[in-house]
Design a binder for this molecule. Structure first.
Ligand SMILES: [Fe+2]
Length: 260
């Protein structure tokens, strides 16, 4: 199964990901080693630290793809953005400064502030959906607000949003709490795709193959195939099937066997 990564910071020199071209190419190789064949490049946009205008990302993606080809790395990259939730988002869409996850402008990779879920989030999600846009909430399992109130994720999916879970969250890279929530989101059918959110070679790596291996072991091959086909549907702007969902609070803890 060749994997599709919809969230990744390897476009060189544009944010806190790959700092230059040599590093970006090394990361591209690492991605291929993890079984990835297609990557949506999603530099941070409008998060208070980084601005990556649509036109700039389009041009830089083209240059980067050529460098990848020149280096003989079998990887296809697409232009995207990790769009931060801000009051200026609708204006930026009107100004045609937003890149979606698909060419047709259906799916938007939306990052919420790490510290919590702002009051106006729900209203903004409605506004986006009224425009025919499906917000794909980036790594909800890492957000402090969702960690306190995971049932909010259920509510947002019921409204019509999707979620992107980060592969390394599922593997415990961000600690047990994040790992457990990721596991519960998957079992509640509140997770739709794995993406790497890779930034570097240290803490935030690709680990897609490893996450898919674990997913297969715990939830079966079908679920793993579904996650990857959902990613393909998103990048192609096609419908993603939403199965019956459950609230995280209704998901039982995994049974533990204590040995004394
Ligand atoms: Fe990211």
């Amino acid at each position: 199964m060749s994997l599709i990564d919809l969230h990744c910071h390897i476009l060189p020199g544009v944010d806190d990901g790959a700092k230059d071209l040599p590093m970006a190419l090394e990361m591209a190789k690492a991605a291929v080693e993890q079984g990835i064949s297609n990557i949506l490049l999603t530099p941070h946009h409008m998060d208070g630290d980084y601005t990556n205008h649509k036109d700039d990302v389009l041009k830089k993606t083209e240059v980067f793809q050529q460098e990848i080809v020149n280096a003989g790395i079998p990887l296809k990259v697409f232009p995207g953005q990790e769009v931060h939730l801000t009051g200026e988002l609708l204006q930026a869409i009107d100004d045609d400064d937003i890149l979606f996850m698909d060419e047709g402008g259906k799916y938007l990779l939306l990052e919420l502030p790490h510290s919590g879920v702002p009051e106006y989030t729900e209203e903004m999600l409605f506004e986006l959906m009224a425009r025919g846009i499906t917000p794909v909430i980036a790594h909800p399992e890492r957000n402090h607000g969702f960690q306190k109130e995971p049932d909010k994720i259920f509510d947002f999916i019921e409204m019509g949003c999707l979620t992107q879970l980060t592969s390394s969250s599922y593997l415990g890279v961000f600690g047990k709490k994040v790992e457990t929530l990721t596991d519960k989101l998957i079992r509640a059918n509140l997770g739709f795709v794995f993406s790497s959110d890779a930034h570097n070679f240290e803490g935030r790596r690709f680990l897609m193959n490893d996450a898919f291996k674990k997913l297969k072991k715990h939830e079966g091959t079908r679920k793993a195939e579904l996650f990857n086909s959902n990613a393909r549907s998103i990048i192609n702007g096609e419908e993603v099937p939403v199965p019956e969902i459950t609230r995280v609070s209704d998901v039982k803890n995994r049974r533990r066997f204590w040995v004394f």
